[in-house]
Design a protein around this ligand. Structure first.
Ligand code: AMP
Length: 290
């Protein structure tokens, strides 16, 4: 893997690859890489060459009371892992380069950015949309890969790409979980053994709704009641939201429809975790992917 530290060199490298007819794949990350990230890299490798991974802990998407300073960082190990997986370029710029003095242009995807994650984390999606637009400009990808773990983020980026007529096609990859069911996240590193047990309840709650949906339940209120029942009574877990939303608009639904998400956010100690299940109608049946 060739490590690229400057915007200029990354741009030149990407431009040269494009000019010679290569299909560029982009996998943006904040580092502390795990199998969730590696699944995106694998998807990118299947379609694209070169594959560009980025590691940038983006200050603009963290609130003032959030974990920017202590966000897990493991650059050396990340480089080794990217090398092993055949990633061609790692773009790892400094914050000073990305947000130089006087930086004042931000992208806001209205509506979508003010609900759910956006409501709990004001300014978060503005930071996300801004950095992703910058990374797309710098790396010029044909395809950019994002995880469904951050379903609303993926929707925000897809909306931005459509609204701004961006060239890159946005592709979403399934959630990767531990054998226990816990969705992989760099933030899992913060969890103690006890907190890990509490965190497991998120995927348990989603599996309970899956079972209920497969048994014929279609009512969102009832399904959310089930979710809350699983999450209730654990003093180590504080639910932020549990909602069933349309997968396109992220507006709440009363009954299951063509495609929706069961979305969960909760705090375990000071660690904020999110998880979701995708519900898709296939003929008369609903298929639930946890
Ligand atoms: P992050 O480094 O947390 O900003 O994540 C970088 C990318 O990896 C985002 O597109 C995430 O949605 C994706 N990602 C993170 N965790 C997972 C996971 N468990 N499964 C699939 N994708 C993931």
């Amino acid at each position: 893997v060739e490590i690229i530290r400057t915007i200029e060199w990354m741009k030149q490298t990407a431009r040269a690859a494009r000019m010679s007819g290569h299909v560029i794949g982009l996998v943006p990350t904040m580092g502390a890489l795990h199998d969730g990230h590696f699944s995106l890299i694998q998807a990118a490798k299947q379609r694209c060459s070169p594959v560009i991974a980025t590691i940038f802990v983006n200050p603009a998407q963290f609130g003032p009371a959030e974990d920017l300073a202590k966000y897990p960082r493991s650059f050396e190990a990340d480089c080794e892992a990217l090398e092993k997986r055949g990633v061609d370029y790692l773009f790892a710029p400094t914050a000073e380069q990305i947000y130089p003095k006087g930086f004042s242009t931000y992208v806001t995807v209205e509506g979508l950015s003010s609900r759910l994650e956006g409501k709990s984390r004001p300014g978060h999606f503005r930071g996300v949309a801004t950095i992703v637009l910058k990374l797309l400009e710098i790396t010029q990808p044909h395809f950019a890969f994002f995880g469904r773990k951050d379903a609303q983020q993926e929707r925000v980026i897809r909306t931005m790409a459509g609204d701004l007529n961006l060239d890159a096609e946005i592709l979403a990859c399934p959630i990767v979980r531990e054998a226990s069911g816990l969705a992989l996240s760099s933030r899992n590193a913060y969890l103690s053994a006890d907190q890990n047990k509490s965190a497991l309840k998120l995927s348990r709650a989603l599996l309970a709704t899956k079972k209920e949906i497969e048994a014929g339940e279609r009512n969102a209120v009832q399904l959310i009641r089930t979710v809350r029942d699983v999450l209730a009574g654990d003093p180590g877990l504080e639910v932020d939201y549990a909602e069933i939303v349309d997968a396109d608009t992220f507006e709440p639904v009363m009954h299951l429809r063509l495609a929706c998400y069961v979305l969960l956010a909760a705090k375990v100690g000071t660690t904020r975790l999110i998880d979701n299940a995708l519900v898709e109608q296939v003929g008369e049946e609903f298929q639930v992917t946890v």
